[in-house]
Design a binder for this molecule. Structure first.
Ligand SMILES: *[C@@H]1O[C@H](CO)[C@@H](O)[C@H](O)[C@H]1NC(C)=O
Ligand SMILES: *[C@@H]1O[C@H](CO)[C@@H](O)[C@H](O)[C@H]1NC(C)=O
Ligand SMILES: *[C@@H]1O[C@H](CO)[C@@H](O)[C@H](O)[C@H]1NC(C)=O
Ligand SMILES: *[C@@H]1O[C@H](CO)[C@@H](O)[C@H](O)[C@H]1NC(C)=O
Ligand SMILES: *[C@@H]1O[C@H](CO)[C@@H](O)[C@H](O)[C@H]1NC(C)=O
Length: 211
């Protein structure tokens, strides 16, 4: 038996090694592969369609071209923050609990489907619960007396923004009233925390803050 098996085992091994490519020469450079798809943009500051995102799978921060949510109210959402909207006018929690949708005859017996019925309750159930937008963080301009004002889009120009998908490093660079601002935005991988580094001469001048 052994004499018969050994050659066939050897044969199988030779066949396998011929089929398998050499592992050491074909190792995938995953970082290079992923980095090929790093998104970047140089457009204007009001493209509503495209937040850049940093996150950790349970939490995500949608950034506008400033690297924060300065101009566009993109969302900060999580897997743990949920809410219910208020009920439609003249509807109670009992109406929600009593919702049965439609009942259709199916081969001689009634079957209930979760659509139709009271349209107000149907719409509420479709839309709830939904994720809470946890907060909005943006750059603020400080005036001479220390009060903070929103940064107007008209003051911003010369945008360059890139997300490094491998490291989660979102780098945004632009001019505010002609002065360069560079923002690095990160999300922690072990907590739902956003970290931001802002570099600009406006900081030394006490004219810029994050709020
Ligand atoms: C900014 O970009 C958006 C989307 O591409 C475009 O619709 C809009 O006209 C642009 N605004 C300006 C001021 O260029
Ligand atoms: C939302 O309402 C439903 C009842 O329809 C309830 O089961 C759920 O706990 C509520 N969720 C929140 C986040 O309040
Ligand atoms: C709610 O019910 C009251 C009393 O029946 C009625 O006057 C009112 O128009 C209703 N409102 C809506 C939004 O259906
Ligand atoms: C601070 O300065 C701003 C802009 O110059 C002005 O609008 C605001 O009234 C001032 N606030 C105080 C408390 O002086
Ligand atoms: C993030 O990327 C920018 C641009 O490549 C780089 O200058 C910066 O050092 C990076 N930040 C970190 C913390 O790696």
């Amino acid at each position: 038996m052994a004499a018969v098996r050994l050659p066939s085992l050897l044969g199988a091994l030779i066949l396998l090694s011929a089929l398998l490519p050499n592992a050491s020469t074909t190792k995938i450079d995953r970082r290079a592969l992923v980095s090929r798809y790093n998104p970047s943009r140089t457009g204007n500051f009001s493209d509503l369609s495209t937040p850049m995102q940093v996150g950790n799978g349970n939490f995500a921060f949608g950034a506008d071209p400033t690297g924060l949510q300065t101009i566009l109210p993109f969302a900060t959402m999580s897997s743990w923050g949920w809410k219910n909207d208020s009920l439609p006018a003249n509807r109670t929690w009992q109406d929600v609990a009593d919702y049965r949708g439609v009942s259709w005859d199916n081969h001689g017996r009634p079957v209930e489907y979760d659509f139709g019925g009271d349209p107000l309750v149907e719409q509420w159930l479709t839309a709830n619960p939904n994720r809470v937008n946890l907060g909005r963080i943006g750059l603020a301009l400080l005036s001479g007396n220390g009060t903070s004002e929103d940064v107007p889009e008209s003051a911003l120009s010369d945008l360059e923004q890139r997300l490094d998908l491998w490291t989660g490093n979102l780098t945004s660079s632009f001019l505010l009233n002609g002065q360069r601002i560079t923002v690095q935005t990160f999300c922690a991988q072990d907590s739902d925390t956003v970290g931001v580094t802002v570099a600009s001469p406006l900081i030394q001048q006490g004219r810029l803050s994050v709020s």
